[in-house]
Structure formats: C-alpha cells, structure tokens
Design a protein around this ligand. Structure first.
Ligand SMILES: Nc1ncnc2c1ncn2[C@@H]1O[C@H](COP(=O)(O)OP(=O)(O)OP(=O)(O)O)[C@@H](O)[C@H]1O
Ligand SMILES: [Mg+2]
Length: 208
C-alpha cells in the first residue's frame, strides 16, 4: 500500500496540534516511518513565509496576497518535503493544509472556494491529501482551550470570521465526504484520540 498523506484541520484551539502529536507518537511506537509537518511552514522558506503571513510585525496585506503566500509555502512543502517522504514510504501527517486556505481565505475572507481550488490546482498540482480529519468544535470552545494572548492575524479576527471558517470546514466535508471526515473534537484528549484512531483504522487498516 502506498504511504498515505493525512492532514488535520479545524478552528483555532480545536486540538489539531495535540492530536497530530498523538498520531505521530502512535506511529512511532508501532515503528511506522512517518513525517510530521505543519502549515504554513515546514521548509526553510516556508517558515519565513509563516512569519510574514501570521505577521507579528503587523504588515498590512491584501487577502489575495495572503492566499498567494500561503500557496507559495505549500508548493515548497509539497515538492521538498511531502512528495519525497511519500515516495520513501513514510506516512505524512500535516497540521493544517489546503482546507485551512479554503476555510480561512475562501470562506472567512470571502474570496470564494472556487478561486482557491483553481489556484491550488495551478500552483500546487492539485495535490489533495488522501484523508483529512476535520476536528470540529464550536469556536468559543476552541478559544477557551487556548488560554493565551491571541496575537496572530487570524486569531485577532472577529468572532463572525471564525464562525465562517467553521462553517467553511463543514461545507468542505459535505462536498468531499470521501476525503474529509469530520471528527467531533469535544471531550478529553483521550476521547478525541480514540475517534481519530477509529477513522484512521477504518481507512488505512493495520498501519494504525
Ligand atoms: N480534548 C481536549 N480537551 C481540552 N483541552 C485540550 C484538548 N485537546 C487539546 N487541548 C488543549 O487546548 C489547547 C489547544 O490545543 P491545540 O494547540 O492542540 O489546538 P490547535 O487546534 O492546534 O490550535 P491552533 O489553531 O492554535 O494551532 C492546548 O492547550 C491543548 O493542551
Ligand atoms: Mg496548532
């Protein structure tokens, strides 16, 4: 079986990084070769773009420009990290990917999912994941989990923006039910991990 490319998505504080780390640890314990990545970033250039995009320095940026920078970071990640790892037989796990751009820029910023998908096809080979786990949690509950100053350019957006992002994620899951599995993200980390593992086992069997 070809090594799978799996992404984890969801609103701020849904538990993406927590669950990504648990899945990676689970694979490590089973001796399965894997590569864990995050977006934006994951390459030398991508990490520099991440600083610009998340923008602690408060540089103003058009929504379209923001999207192009995200796609540039993604292209680097696909060509330099994801594809080589998959070809070497490693499971690739990525914390955020194309669905975050669809949800945040397409729905949140209102650029529309169609334009984002066309851009992804042109600039990133339309390289969709084999499976996307959408950790779904009400926006407020994610915010409560974070318990830290909300500083980056997305975290500072108004509540309605984040509601559009959540609805966007759910809409993508409705459009692509084969690829995108919504996983309820309420409950303890252990409970969420059991749901995540259930999805992964149903799809990929004994690797997990
Ligand atoms: N199931 C859970 N129940 C309660 N708290 C949780 C749960 N999962 C994660 N947390 C805690 O919530 C906070 C946010 O989790 P995490 O960083 O994994 O979310 P995230 O989706 O990666 O957030 P971000 O969008 O900011 O990257 C962390 O402090 C984490 O320890
Ligand atoms: Mg995170």
């Amino acid at each position: 079986m070809k090594a799978p490319f799996i992404t984890i998505e969801g609103v701020e504080g849904a538990g993406k990084s927590t669950q990504a780390a648990r899945v990676a640890a689970h694979l490590e314990a089973r001796g399965v070769p894997r590569l864990a990545l995050r977006e934006p970033g994951g390459t030398e250039l991508g990490e520099k773009l991440r600083d610009l995009i998340l923008n602690d320095t408060h540089i103003a940026m058009e929504a379209g420009t923001e999207t192009l920078l995200l796609m540039a970071s993604r292209r680097e990640l696909i060509d330099r990290a994801i594809r080589p790892a998959l070809e070497a037989g490693r499971v690739v796990l990525c914390d955020r990917f194309i669905d975050s751009t669809l949800a945040y820029q397409g729905y949140g910023r209102g650029l529309g999912a169609d334009w984002i998908r066309r851009l992804f096809d042109l600039s990133c080979h339309g390289f969709y994941p084999d499976l996307t786990l959408l950790l779904d949690l009400p926006v407020e509950e994610g915010r409560e989990r974070l318990r830290r100053p909300l500083n980056d350019r997305f975290e500072r957006e108004e509540h309605a923006f984040h509601e559009r992002v959540r609805e966007g994620f759910l809409s993508i899951a409705g459009t692509e039910p084969e690829r995108v599995q919504a996983v309820p993200a309420h409950g303890s980390g252990d409970e969420v991990f059991e749901r995540v593992l259930g999805c992964l086992r149903r799809r990929f069997g004994t690797i997990f």
